[in-house]
Ligand binder design. Structure first.
Ligand SMILES: [Zn+2]
Length: 436
């Protein structure tokens, strides 16, 4: 009796093990050519580690400018879906897009389907909120994928934070940019300090048991990022440009495929690239990566703010216009969970966090804040610390509203505080990437 029980358990364990699929990654080029949006497949890879997280994610949170869906061939049954944003969507808002055509690297990761399947990319119709996403590209997936390119032998890995249960963890990985091999300790030290800092702030403090953090030292030939003093570009692992798309302090790497190849050696969901720099710069692209300087005095703020974008798909809550970005064609209800337009005030998406006696919109003195940009002006506001709908967000002082007077997505207040709406959005996103 006991023997058969044991055999049964072993069979069950075998089935469970067999049920964990491989991780596949589709590398694409996504761009504009002949005035049309185009996609080109550049590789379908099987990564070295098995899939982490739900194999049947439907991504009901649905943040990001794009979404990919894996459906079963023949029946069309939805097997897996994940929304994301890309360098292309970022660039297409920049002034450069109005007079140039370019391609950008993009990577989609998903559990290897157990049956013939099709991958489809859908684009959000940003000018038609509430309308279904529009299919823009598709690929019938082959039954097998090539092994992903071998990572550089010189890369070294360190575990910075272990979760309570390793197979139930949200993975974060720090990669090094502009660190030479003999600067590895400086990178690991910066990554360790920033990992520890992350868990001092809500909601990451309470998510700590479910999070796993690694650092992968990805050495560069040159030390530093951008250009040397003669203006010549430095030879760095991911070629981060600290002033990308014509925008000062907007740091981007176009080497998305190389970044994915470096990250895949550890279990991960989110990538943070730490630059060997004391300068102020950064970026965060939803489901792609965050970039922040390892040594700027405000590096904790930058890592947290950019993770707000890259991990949770949050919008900027600041309301001064951003040079380089073309003005929005119209005022539409944005999909991001932490901003709303005037029309969204009627049916506020974060209403469940608003007290009955809080007026919507919530009054505050925007002018006093703009004049001196001091926390002290916010401290005397009657609705300080209250969730409401405050005018000024998403690069517009007038047309968009944010949930709180102060939040790390608005400005660096020195306390690295996400407002309750942003906190909830981060928790929802991380939960969605873990098994139920
Ligand atoms: Zn916020």
């Amino acid at each position: 009796m006991r023997f058969w029980f044991l055999v049964g358990l072993l069979c069950l364990a075998g089935q469970l093990h067999a049920a964990v699929p491989a991780t596949w990654r589709l590398d694409l080029l996504h761009g504009l050519e002949d005035d049309k949006e185009q996609f080109r497949k550049s590789g379908l890879w099987q990564e070295p580690l098995l899939w982490q997280g739900p194999v049947d994610l439907q991504d009901e949170l649905n943040r990001g400018d794009y979404r990919f869906e894996i459906t079963q061939s023949g029946t069309g049954e939805l097997l897996y879906a994940q929304s994301y944003s890309s360098l292309f969507s970022d660039w297409s808002l920049s002034s450069d897009a109005s007079h140039n055509e370019r391609y950008f690297e993009e990577s989609l990761r998903f559990p290897a389907p157990a049956m013939p399947a099709r991958l489809q990319i859908l684009r959000r119709q940003l000018d038609k909120p509430g309308q279904p996403l529009q299919a823009v590209w598709q690929l019938d997936l082959p039954l097998q994928a090539e092994p992903a390119p071998t990572p550089a032998a010189t890369d070294s890995i360190r575990l910075l934070q272990a979760p309570e249960t390793a197979d139930q963890a949200y993975g974060l990985v720090f990669l090094a940019e502009g660190f030479q091999a003999d600067e590895a300790e400086a990178f690991f030290q910066a990554a360790t300090e920033l990992s520890q800092a992350l868990f001092r702030y809500a909601p990451f403090d309470r998510l700590r048991p479910y999070m796993q953090v690694h650092a992968v030292m990805t050495p560069s030939n040159d030390s530093g990022i951008g250009a040397n003093k003669d203006g010549l570009p430095l030879d760095t692992r991911f070629a981060v440009n600290p002033n990308a798309l014509g925008m000062p302090r907007y740091a981007l790497s176009m080497e998305v495929h190389a970044i994915r190849n470096a990250a895949m050696v550890v279990p991960y969901h989110s990538i943070v690239i730490l630059t060997n720099s004391h300068e102020y710069h950064g970026s965060g692209i939803f489901q792609t990566y965050a970039i922040a300087p390892a040594f700027h005095p405000r590096r904790e703020f930058l890592v947290l703010h950019e993770l707000g974008h890259s991990l949770a798909g949050l919008a900027d809550e600041y309301f001064h216009s951003t040079p380089g970005y073309a003005a929005s064609a119209g005022i539409i209800e944005p999909y991001q969970p932490n901003i709303t337009s005037k029309s969204g005030l009627q049916d506020l998406k974060w209403q469940h966090l608003v007290a009955d006696d809080t007026p919507i919109p919530t009054p505050w003195s925007q002018q006093a804040f703009v004049q001196n940009r001091q926390m002290s002006t916010l401290a005397v506001e009657p609705y300080q610390g209250v969730v409401g709908a405050f005018q000024g967000a998403n690069y517009s002082a007038e047309h968009y509203y944010r949930p709180a007077l102060a939040c790390i997505m608005l400005l660096d207040m020195g306390d690295n505080h996400f407002c309750p709406v942003c906190q909830q959005a981060i928790v929802e996103q991380i939960k969605s990437q873990l098994e139920n």
